[in-house]
Design a protein. Structure first.
Lengths: 150, 646
C-alpha cells in the first residue's frame, strides 16, 4: 500500500472505532435510564412491568414489618399507597414517617420488589423524588377540592 | 465585630482582585514600554494584598466558629458548642458559603505562589497569568458577596448551633475538601497559563514548560483529594463501598480524567512542539469541569435541581459565570488558534500517537461520565420527568474505555518519539507480555477461583507493573543522571498498576454477608471466623453509642477484636454507623452494625465483609500522588526558562 492509502485506511478505521464507541455508550445509556414514578402513577398503571424503576414518598407509619431477613413497608404520597418488599439491611436514615426512595421492579401481584433502598447523608434532607411525589399528590388534591367546591 | 471586619476584608479583596485582574492585563496591551512596566508590575503586589485580605476574612470566620459565635447564621447552622475544637475549625468549610470562601482562599494562595515562584518568567507573562487568576477571583468573590455571604448575622442569635453533619465529623473529611479544592483551584493556574499564552500569541514549548509543574501539582492534589473521599466513603458510610458513581464523585472524577490527559499532552507540547491547540483545549476543559464540579456539589444543584428555586440567584449566577468563562476562553481560542503553528512531524506509530490515543480515550470517557451526570439534571430542569442513571451505565461504559487507555501506557512510554514501529515495540516488550500473561493465568488460582474477569484485570495490572519495572531497569543500567521526573512518571504508572490490581481483586474476590447476630453467634468466611462477643454502651463528646466487640479468629486463634459502633449524636436524631475494620497487606476485614431487630436490642442485623486488596486501592493512589510530587519537583523546572526553543 502507498503511504497515503495506508494513512487513509487508518483514519477511516479510527473513525469506525469512534462511532462504535459512541453507539455503545448511547446504547448502555438508554438501557440504564431509571425512571421515577409516584405511588399515584403506579396505582394508575403508568409504571412499566418488568423494568427497573424508582418509586418514592413517605414510609407509612406503622407499616414496617420484618419477616426473617425480608422487610415489608408501605410507601405513600398521601393519595395512594404501594407495598414494598426488600431483602437486606435498611439504611441508617430509613424511618417510618420519613421520605424514602426505593429502586426495583413491580411484581405481578402489585408488590414492589426493591433491590435497593436509597440512603442519603443528611437527616434534614428529603429525597427530591420523594418530595416531588408528595407535592404532586398535594397539587392533585388541591385541584380536586377546587373542582368540588366551586 | 469580627464577622463585620471579615465581611469588610472580603469586599476590599474583591476590589483588589479587580485591580489585579484589570490593570496588569491592560498593561500588556499598551504600546509605551514605560507604562507597560508600571501596570504589569502591579500584578505581584496586588496578588499578595488580595491573599492577605482573603486570609483575614477566612480567619475571621474561623474565629467566629472557634468562639461559638452563634449570632452568625452560618456558624449557627454548622457548628455546636459541644463539637470538638478541631471539627469546629473544619466546620468552616462544612457548608456552601464557607467552602466557597475556602475556594477563594486557595485561589489566592495559588496566585501568591505563582507570584513568588515566577522570577524566571518574563514580566508580561506573569502579568497575564496573575491577571487572569485575578478575574476568576473577582467572579468568585462577587458570588460570595452577592449570594452566599458567610458573615450574615442571625437576629436574635441562636442559643446553640445545629451542629456539623455527623458524617463530616471525621479526620478524613477534615482534609478531603481542602485537598480536592487545591486540585480544582490548581487547574485554574493551568487555565490561566493557557489563556495567557493565547493572549500573547506565543503558544510554544516555553509556555508548556512553565505550565507543566503547576499542572502536575494540581493533578497530584486532585488525585489525593479523590482518594481521601473514596477512603472516607469506605469506612464511614458503613457499607464497604468505595466508589458509587454518585454525581458528587463524578464531579471530581471528570477534571481528573481531563487533567490526566492534560499533563501528558503538555509533555508532548514541551518536548515536540505539537498538540498545542489540543493542549489549550484540555486546559480550558479541565478548569471548566473543576468549576462545574465545585458548583454542582456545593450549590445544592445536585441534591435537587429545585435548590435553584429556593435561591434562584445562586443558580443563575453559577450558570452565567460558567458561560462567561467557557464562552470567553473558547472565543479567544477560536480567534488565536489559526495562528498556532503545527509542531514536529509525527509518525503514525510513535510516542506522540500513543499519547494522542490516550488523550482521546480519556476525553471520551469524560464525555460519557458527563452525559450520565448531567442528563438527569437537564431532564428535571426542563420538567420532562424524573430519572436517574445507575452505576451499571458507568461500569458498562467506563471499563471498555479505560482498559485500552491503561494497556497503551506501556507501549506508549516505550515507543520512540517521532517514529517507531510496532515490530520494534513488540520485540522490546515480548518477555514482559509473556510474563504478564503467565501471571494473569496463574494468579487467580492462588487467589481463590479462576474467572476471565479476574485474569483480564490481573493481566492489565501486571502488564503495567512489569512494563514499568522493565523501563526502570533499562534506564538504571545506562549511564547518566536520572531526573526526578523519570521517577515520577514510573512511580505514578506503578500506582496505576497497583490500583488496577486492587480493583480487580476487590471486585472478583470480596465476600459480603448480611446476617442477624446475637451475642455468641458466629459467622465464618474461610479462613476467618467472626464471633460476636458482647455489646457495650460508649459515650463520646457529643454522641453516645452502642459498641459491639467482634472477635476475629483464624485457625481458632484470636487475631483481632473489631469494634463497630452505632452512634447517635445529641444534636440530631440521625444514627451513624462506624465500621470496625482490620487492615492487612492483602485484605480488610470489615464489620458494621445494621439495626437492632428486637426491642431488647440483643439481636442486630450486621454486615460482615471480607474485602481483599482494599489496601492496594489506597496504596495505588498514594503511589500516584508520590509520582506527581516527584515529577513536579524536577530540577529542570527550576532552571531559568527565559529561552526555550521548540
Amino acid at each position: 500500500m502507498k503511504p497515503r492509502t495506508k494513512r487513509f485506511a487508518l483514519i477511516a478505521a479510527g473513525l469506525v472505532v469512534l462511532c462504535a464507541a459512541a453507539a455503545f455508550v448511547l446504547n448502555a445509556f438508554q438501557s440504564n435510564l431509571v425512571f421515577f414514578f409516584t405511588p399515584t402513577q403506579v396505582s394508575h398503571g403508568e409504571a412499566p412491568k418488568g423494568r427497573t424503576f424508582r418509586a418514592g414518598g413517605m414510609v407509612k407509619d406503622g407499616s414496617l414489618v420484618r419477616d426473617g431477613s425480608q422487610v415489608r413497608f408501605v410507601i405513600t404520597d398521601t393519595a395512594q399507597e404501594m407495598t414494598v418488599t426488600y431483602v437486606g439491611l435498611l439504611p441508617d436514615l430509613f424511618k417510618e414517617g420519613r421520605g424514602v426512595v426505593a429502586q426495583g421492579k413491580l411484581g405481578d401481584d402489585g408488590v414492589f420488589v426493591a433491590s435497593e433502598v436509597l440512603a442519603k447523608h443528611d437527616e434534614n434532607y428529603m429525597p427530591p423524588e420523594a418530595k416531588h411525589a408528595l407535592d404532586q399528590a398535594a397539587a392533585a388534591k388541591a385541584a380536586q377540592s377546587v373542582k368540588t367546591n366551586p | 465585630m469580627i464577622p463585620e471586619l471579615g465581611h469588610f476584608a472580603l469586599i476590599l479583596a474583591a476590589l483588589v482582585a479587580l485591580i489585579q485582574g484589570v490593570l496588569p492585563l491592560t498593561g500588556t496591551f499598551l504600546r509605551d514600554p514605560q507604562q507597560q512596566v508600571v501596570l504589569q508590575s502591579l500584578a505581584r503586589p496586588t496578588a499578595a494584598l488580595q491573599c492577605v485580605l482573603v486570609a483575614f476574612a477566612f480567619g475571621a470566620l474561623a474565629t467566629s466558629f472557634m468562639s461559638n459565635d452563634f449570632s452568625v447564621s452560618y456558624v449557627a447552622q454548622h457548628s455546636n458548642s459541644l463539637l470538638p475544637k478541631a471539627y469546629q475549625f473544619a466546620a468552616v468549610w462544612g457548608g456552601h458559603e464557607g467552602s466557597l470562601l475556602l475556594w477563594v482562599l486557595l485561589l489566592a494562595v495559588w496566585t501568591l505562589a505563582v507570584a513568588l515562584f515566577s522570577r524566571s518568567l518574563p514580566l508580561d507573562m506573569v502579568a497575564r497569568v496573575i491577571g487572569v487568576l485575578g478575574l476568576i477571583s473577582v467572579g468568585f468573590l462577587l458570588f460570595i458577596l452577592t449570594t452566599s455571604n458567610p458573615f450574615e448575622r442571625l437576629l436574635p442569635a441562636a442559643l446553640d448551633g445545629r451542629d456539623l453533619n455527623p458524617l463530616l465529623q471525621d479526620p478524613g473529611l477534615v482534609i478531603h475538601p481542602p485537598m480536592l479544592y487545591m486540585g480544582y483551584v490548581g487547574m485554574s493556574v493551568a487555565f490561566a497559563f493557557a489563556v495567557a499564552a493565547l493572549l500573547s500569541g506565543r503558544l510554544d514549548a516555553a509556555w508548556a514548560r512553565w505550565s507543566r509543574p503547576w499542572t502536575v501539582i494540581a493533578w497530584t492534589f486532585l488525585t489525593f483529594g479523590i482518594g481521601l473521599g473514596s477512603w472516607w466513603a469506605y469506612y464511614e458510610l458503613g457499607w464497604g463501598g468505595w466508589w458509587f458513581w454518585d454525581p458528587v464523585e463524578n464531579a471530581s472524577l471528570m477534571p481528573w480524567l481531563v487533567g490526566t490527559a492534560l499533563i501528558h499532552s503538555l509533555m508532548v507540547t514541551e518536548k515536540r512542539g505539537s498538540f498545542k491547540a489540543w493542549t489549550v483545549l484540555l486546559a480550558i476543559a479541565a478548569f471548566s469541569l473543576s468549576l462545574l464540579g465545585t458548583f454542582l456539589v456545593r450549590s445544592g444543584v445536585l441534591t435537587s435541581v429545585h435548590a435553584f428555586a429556593s435561591d434562584p440567584k445562586r443558580g443563575v449566577f453559577v450558570l452565567i459565570f460558567l458561560a462567561v468563562v467557557v464562552g470567553s476562553s473558547l472565543t479567544l481560542f477560536a480567534w488565536r488558534a489559526p495562528r498556532v503553528t503545527l509542531g514536529g512531524r509525527m509518525g503514525l506509530v510513535s510516542r506522540e500517537s500513543f499519547l494522542l490515543a490516550n488523550s482521546v480515550l480519556l476525553v471520551v470517557a469524560t464525555a460519557a461520565v458527563l452525559l450520565g451526570t448531567i442528563y438527569p439534571l437537564i431532564i428535571d430542569a426542563l420538567n420532562l420527568g424524573k430519572l436517574s442513571v445507575g452505576p451499571p451505565y458507568f461500569n458498562a461504559v467506563f471499563a471498555p474505555l479505560l482498559v485500552p487507555t491503561v494497556f497503551l501506557m506501556i507501549p506508549g512510554s516505550v515507543a520512540r518519539w517521532r517514529d517507531a514501529t510496532v515490530r520494534e515495540i513488540a520485540y522490546t516488550l515480548r518477555w514482559t507480555a509473556l510474563a504478564a500473561l503467565a501471571l494473569a493465568v496463574a494468579l487467580p488460582f492462588v487467589l481463590g477461583g479462576w474467572s476471565f474477569g479476574a485474569a483480564f484485570g490481573l493481566f492489565l495490572g501486571c502488564w503495567v507493573a512489569l512494563g514499568t519495572l522493565q523501563q526502570v531497569l533499562d534506564r538504571v543500567r545506562k549511564p547518566g543522571r536520572i531526573g526526578a521526573s523519570f521517577w515520577g512518571q514510573h512511580v505514578a504508572h506503578l500506582g496505576m498498576a497497583v490500583l488496577v490490581i486492587g480493583i480487580t481483586g476487590v471486585k472478583c474476590y470480596e465476600v459480603e454477608r448480611d446476617v442477624r447476630m446475637q451475642v455468641g453467634d458466629v459467622v465464618t468466611i474461610a479462613p476467618y471466623t467472626f464471633r460476636l462477643d458482647s455489646f457495650s454502651d460508649v459515650r463520646g463528646p457529643n454522641y453516645k453509642a452502642v459498641r459491639a466487640d467482634v472477635q476475629v479468629l483464624r485457625n481458632a486463634e484470636l487475631i483481632e477484636v473489631l469494634q463497630p459502633e452505632k452512634r447517635r449524636y445529641f444534636s440530631s436524631a440521625m444514627p451513624m454507623t462506624e465500621a470496625g475494620i482490620d487492615s492487612g497487606f492483602m485484605r480488610d476485614l470489615y464489620v458494621s452494625l445494621g439495626e437492632p431487630l428486637n426491642d431488647a436490642r440483643t439481636e442486630w442485623s450486621m454486615r460482615v465483609y471480607y474485602k481483599p486488596f482494599v489496601p492496594w486501592l489506597w496504596g495505588g493512589i498514594l503511589l500516584m500522588v508520590l509520582g506527581g510530587l516527584l515529577a513536579a519537583l524536577d530540577r529542570r523546572y527550576r532552571k531559568s526558562t527565559q529561552r526555550v526553543d521548540a
